[in-house]
Design a protein around this ligand. Structure first.
Ligand code: NDP
Ligand code: GDP
Length: 326
């Protein structure tokens, strides 16, 4: 039975990846940072019904000694580095923390691997945010990067460190340049989940409006369950590499909001309020990925449309709020 170590197992992707690997017969070990609220941090794993099937170990991406200890104890065959300060807006409020965790944290994992477990295969969670002010109409593995936030700058450092450790030390280290992916388990601060949660509350009479920032930005949104499958596929290849994972369809925030409200028969314009303070110091206006390499080399393709995903998210948020209302 192969063993996988997932950093960031309590996040959206960590939960879906844990479920996928368990279904494939892996032993799954998750690194979790110490929290005063440890009873709630396993909520996503519980929601997917896998909390009891994973082994959780305490550690932190910014504590190299914890990573060395964990790799020594667990002896994983595959390591998925999903942990990060992952919210772009927060990265302007906490740029140094974001650099430490999202950037240097990945270097810590690579360094620990090199020292303790160089035979393990490694996945780095890179991001389409690295394209920032896009240098090509559709972004592929060869498109130059132009990061537009402290988050994206930190991810770019981690991305190049992954490539550097592959080239310097021969590690089987791959980097997935994933475009935005969502689900009912997406953090509530991200725009899709913020919207579906508000749609549910408005429908149930618990809220009257939805404050939003820039409605003109466009994103290429897929479903997290599809995207964690691409992560696993990358580590099953004989040679490591970098892959764009995307649907190839860009949709504006305005249109996404309209689709989400339509799920419950409401008009978005009646509820959306524009708020200046939700605009970002620098914006990524447009992202649309070209996943030809993932399709041809990994045999990967997305299976969920934006419309179906938003409907699933709205349903899940309605169920959550109904359960709370009793
Ligand atoms: P989440 O924000 O949901 O999860 C982040 C995880 O990292 C959580 O488990 C969190 O733990 C953990 N974490 C944060 N700081 C530390 C730390 N110092 N030490 C250990 N663990 C830590 O992210 P997603 O699941 O959405 O994304 C997974 C990865 O993919 C991230 O690296 C993200 O930046 C990247 N990515 C995501 C995309 C997306 O659209 N979702 C697109 C492209 C890349 P806790 O629960 O304690 O907060
Ligand atoms: P990101 O692509 O990783 O930054 O994912 P987000 O879901 O946080 O943001 C996607 C886009 O939605 C960005 O262009 C934001 O500026 C835009 N957006 C507009 N209003 C909001 C809002 O209220 N919250 C968030 N998170 N994003 C918003």
């Amino acid at each position: 039975m192969p063993t996988a170590l997932i950093t960031g197992i309590t996040g959206q992707d960590g939960a879906y990846l844990a479920q996928l690997l368990l279904d494939k017969g892996y032993e799954v070990v998750g690194m979790m940072r110490r929290s005063a609220s440890s009873d709630v941090v396993g909520e996503r794993l519980r929601w997917l019904g896998v909390l009891d099937r994973v082994r959780l170990i305490e550690g932190n991406l910014i504590d190299l000694s914890s990573l060395l200890r964990i790799l020594h104890d667990v002896k994983p065959d595959e390591v998925y580095n999903l942990a990060a300060q992952s919210f772009v807006a927060t990265s302007w409020q906490q740029p140094l923390l974001t650099g430490s965790v999202t950037g240097l944290g990945a270097a810590n994992v690579l360094e620990a691997l090199r020292l303790v477990r160089p035979q393990a295969r490694f996945y780095q969670a890179s991001s389409s945010e690295m394209y920032g002010r896009v240098q090509a109409p559709r972004q592929s593995e060869t498109t130059p990067f132009y990061p537009r936030s402290p988050y994206a700058v930190a991810k770019l450092y981690a991305h190049w460190m992954t490539i550097n450790y592959r080239e310097s030390f021969g590690l089987h280290a791959s980097s997935g340049i994933l475009f935005n992916h969502e689900s009912p388990l997406r953090g509530i601060e991200f725009v899709t989940r913020k919207v579906t949660d508000a749609v549910a509350r408005i429908k149930l009479g618990l809220a009257r409006e939805l404050p939003l920032g820039n409605l003109d930005a466009q994103r290429d949104w897929g479903h997290a369950r599809d995207y964690v499958r691409a992560m696993w596929l990358m580590l099953q290849q004989d040679a490591p590499g970098d892959y764009v994972v995307a649907t190839g369809r860009a949709v504006s925030i305005r249109e996404m909001v309209r689709i989400a409200f339509a799920c419950v028969g409401l008009e978005a314009d009646d509820f959306v309020r524009l708020r200046q303070d939700l605009l970002r110091p620098a914006e990524v206006d447009f992202l649309e990925g070209d996943a030809t390499k993932a399709r041809t080399q990994l045999g990967w393709a997305p299976t969920v449309t934006l419309e179906d995903m938003l409907a699933e998210m709205v349903e899940a948020d309605l169920a959550r709020h109904r359960a709370r209302m009793g």
